[in-house]
Design a protein around this ligand. Structure first.
Ligand SMILES: Cc1ncc(COP(=O)(O)O)c(CNOCC(=O)O)c1O
Length: 411
């Protein structure tokens, strides 16, 4: 018999399977709200000007294709760290942040730091002597490095607590890393907002030194984020139980349009002394989905510890492998229009505040599975069963039709 005779057919991916169904639909009104990948107002993928310029520069520079160090291009990882942790690397008012991506893409983004919100002096802690940082195969690769490193070296229970719900791939990545996966309450079905008390209770009742996964901004799939004040409280709560903060930041800048605002939680926890792990994806905020660009970092307590951790990260990785405000604003506008049509044009009696209260790529509509089914069957609108819609698929051309369809299935 064939050596693969015992391999069973696996289920289609919950998210990518939606796109397959959408492609098969021939109705001209069809709308794809499944995969979380940005589309412009004509529903087309969007390549940032900065990236186009970098590609051009790359061609002109005629770079070689030599191997990089195991932790990647240090000029990229240093800049990725600056972008995330803020700190003295970015001048306190205005400065250029040059990011090298995989040596294949080099582009300059002009950083207007919001010094009123996050003064860089507060983050003097961040310097290369304490933060271990490595290039990764996008955000997923960083999550796998983090999961595997914890699986190998975390000195307490190796269970990671993830929000309910969380990104579909988190459980698989962490289980494959050898971690147990548990959950904490996060989304409140009644308000379509954050169940902050439930979240705090579950985190407080988890055994001391538990690993807590936190979406730094633009929570996927709900679009619901803690407020700044709630992040401050969460920092205290995790400290109280000596929990370990594991940040997944896949949308910095894409949520509010402000890279400092979106990094608030990461910077607050780091400056409060949490030795966090941070996974950065540049897929969405830089539109580099297919380029697989990301960074993994963790905060050590001193240069000696940093060197030891860095050496183990290299040992771990070696065999394993890894123009934003415009986008954020278009999504925010679509949220306002969708809610506006539902309330003003179709006089929906339901509350749709959560559409504009939520943030980032996704809106967790609160639609029940049968309503989702009708939306697809009767109106050719494609979304995941849990009622999540990728706001990137909403355009000024289809937003009214979408509002009408949602009204019809919810009235
Ligand atoms: C929270 C989070 N972490 C990590 C990632 C990993 O992204 P990547 O590996 O592409 O950088 C993603 C990518 N999401 O995929 C789009 C969708 O849910 O429809 C993510 O949302």
């Amino acid at each position: 018999a064939s050596v693969w005779a015992n391999v069973e057919q696996g289920p289609p991916d919950a998210i990518l399977g939606i796109t397959e169904a959408y492609k098969k639909d021939t109705d001209s009104k069809k709308i794809n709200l499944g995969v979380g990948a940005y589309r412009d107002d004509n529903g087309k993928p969007y390549v940032l000007n900065a990236v186009r310029k970098a590609e051009q520069k790359l061609l002109n520079d005629k770079l070689d294709k030599e191997y990089l160090p195991i932790t990647g291009l240090s000029s990229f990882t240093k800049e990725a760290g600056k972008l995330a942790y803020g700190a003295d690397f970015i001048s306190s008012h205005e400065g250029n942040c040059t990011i090298f991506i995989n040596k294949s893409l080099h582009f300059k983004i002009h950083v207007q730091t919001q010094s009123h919100l996050i003064s860089s002096t507060k983050f003097l802690f961040f310097s290369t002597r304490k933060v271990v940082i490595s290039q990764s195969i996008s955000g997923t690769g960083a999550l796998r490095i983090g999961g595997s490193f914890l699986g190998r070296f975390y000195p307490h229970a190796k269970t990671i607590y993830v929000p309910t719900p969380t990104w579909g791939n988190h459980k698989a990545v962490f289980s494959d890393s050898g971690l147990g996966v548990a959950q904490y309450r996060y989304f409140d079905k009644n308000t379509n907002g954050l169940d902050f008390n439930g979240m705090k209770e579950d985190i407080l009742s988890a055994p001391k030194n538990s690993i807590i996964l936190l979406h730094a901004c633009a929570h996927n799939p709900t679009g619901v984020d803690p407020t700044l004040a709630q992040w401050n409280e969460l920092s205290e709560v995790l400290k109280e139980r000596s929990h370990f903060a594991f940040f997944d930041m896949a949308y910095q800048g894409f949520a509010s349009g402000d890279i400092d605002r979106d990094a608030y939680a990461v910077r607050k926890f780091a400056s409060d002394g949490h030795q966090i792990i941070l996974c950065q994806s540049f897929a969405k905020n830089m539109g580099l989905y297919g380029e697989r660009v990301g960074a993994f970092s963790l905060v050590a307590s001193n240069p000696k510890e940093k060197a030891a951790v860095e050496s183990q990260i290299k040992i771990l990785i070696r065999p394993m492998l890894s123009e934003v405000k415009v986008m954020a604003n278009r999504i925010i506008t679509m949220r306002e229009k969708l809610q506006g049509h539902l309330v003003n044009d179709f006089q929906s009696k339901k509350s749709w505040n959560h559409i504009t209260d939520q943030i980032g790529m996704f809106c967790f509509t609160g639609l029940a599975p049968d309503q989702v089914e009708r939306l697809t069957k009767d109106f050719h609108v494609y979304l995941t069963k849990d009622g999540r819609i990728s706001m990137a698929g909403v355009t000024s051309h289809n937003v009214k039709y979408l509002a009408e369809a949602i009204h019809e299935v919810t009235k």
